[in-house]
Each structure stands twice: as C-alpha cells, then as structure tokens.
Design a protein around this ligand. Sequence first.
Ligand SMILES: Nc1ncnc2c1ncn2[C@@H]1O[C@H](COP(=O)(O)OP(=O)(O)OP(=O)(O)O)[C@@H](O)[C@H]1O
Length: 242
Amino acid sequence: MAEVLRVEKLEAGYGKFHVLFGVDIVVNSGEIVVLLGPNGAGKSTLLNSIVGMADVYSGRITLLGHDVTGKPPHEVMKLGVAYVMQSPNNFGTPNIFGELTVFENLIAASAGLSKKDVLKRVEEIYEIFPRLRELRDRKAKFLSGGERQMLAISLGLMKNPKLLMLDEPTAGLAPKLVSEFFSVIKDIRDKFGISILLVEQNAKKALEIGDRAYVLVTGRIRYSGDTKSIDEDRLAKLFLGQ
Ligand SMILES: Nc1ncnc2c1ncn2[C@@H]1O[C@H](COP(=O)(O)OP(=O)(O)OP(=O)(O)O)[C@@H](O)[C@H]1O
C-alpha cells in the first residue's frame, strides 16, 4: 500500500510552547485514519504541523514522497492536501466567501482542474451533499452551521486532494446530521479514493468508519493500531493516562 503521509519523531508546538513529543503517524493510500485524544492533547497541532502552521522543532514530515518538514502552507497544500480546520460553531470557516453563492464558492476553489473537470467535480459534490445542490444559488453567509461545514469540506474536495484532513467536522452539529456526516466521510473515501486523516471527539462513530486509529495524549501517541482492537473502555483508560 502506497504511503501518502509519514510523520516521524515529530517535536512541534508554538514558539516556546512545546506541544508534540516524538509523534509518529502514517496514512496509507485510500485509508481513513482516525486521530483521537482528550482536549488539548495536540491533535490540531499535529495537523497544523503537517501544513506548516505550527513550529516544527525536529523530526520529519513526508507527503507523497516529498519532504515537507517546516514548509509553508501554500507549498504543502499544492502537493495535494486539503485541510478543513476546526471552526467553533462552524462560523468563520476560512476560504468561504459569504457574498458568493454556494456554486460560486465551489468554482472559486477549483484551482488546478480543467473547466470540464470543474463542473464534473461540482456534480460529484452535489451527489455527496444533495443539500448543496438545493442551496447552489444561496449566498454562503446565509447557510446554517451544518451547511457551512458541508461547503467547507466541498471546497477541500474541489482541490482534488490526495489527502483530506478533517478537524472535528461534526462538532456542533445536530445528532441526526452527525450520523450523515460520518457516512459522507466514508463515501468521499470510497468514491474519490482520497485518504482521510480525521480528528474526532465522537470516538465511537469515528472508529466505526476508520481503518486505523492513533490516540494522542498530552502530545504523545499512546495507541496505534486498527480500529477494531480498541473500544470505549480502553480509550477512556488511555485518555486518563492509564
Ligand atoms: N496558536 C497557538 N499558540 C499557542 N498555543 C496554542 C495554539 N494553538 C493551540 N495551542 C495550545 O496547544 C495545546 C494543544 O492544542 P490543540 O488545539 O492542538 O489540541 P487538541 O487536541 O486539538 O484539542 P481540542 O480537542 O480541544 O481541539 C493546547 O494547550 C493549546 O492551548
């Protein structure tokens, strides 16, 4: 299985604030890899480090065979990463233009695809998120939190990435929508073959759709293995440092 991402012995943080200690993770082609851990464990920092948005002190990050350690965000994204950042209450999602319609936002995010492929990709996105087809002419500033989150993920897909990193995509969503989102994440992998690195608080559901999992506690990997070998009891113990 080809490797999409390899993080080795990563030490990273923000200035003098050291968050990650010797972190190793791998994402293989076509996998959904789940990253779990208590609040403040460093999950977002790990994603930020991969795309050059946190300070890497040492270690190595390899993306699709390229050494991207410490490279700035635009260079890493260009290689084929889409990063849907955590967004409190789903507002202030970066990259969404409030004055543009859903359709216009999708087109604006499509750098790198030919005109024919852009419309094909928009159609594929509408198949995954039928709600966005209904909302295609609505200005993004009028979307609900869940709808904005659908759009944020879709903007990532317009970049035709090899790796999609999702940071708590279901945070703040209504319970019914949460289940839908998990099945959509699986659809995205199945339809497009995109590898997914998923940070989630909803461990049970994430483990159901994931192939492998890592558990990060106070900046260190405490579990790495397949998602079937870990349950909520074991997870709770790991979170508590046992
Ligand atoms: N830009 C920043 N500058 C300084 N410290 C930061 C910054 N962002 C996060 N931190 C700190 O880094 C630590 C790890 O935060 P991080 O957001 O990576 O954790 P997390 O596991 O994603 O948590 P959560 O599940 O609550 O989102 C926390 O102590 C946090 O306060």
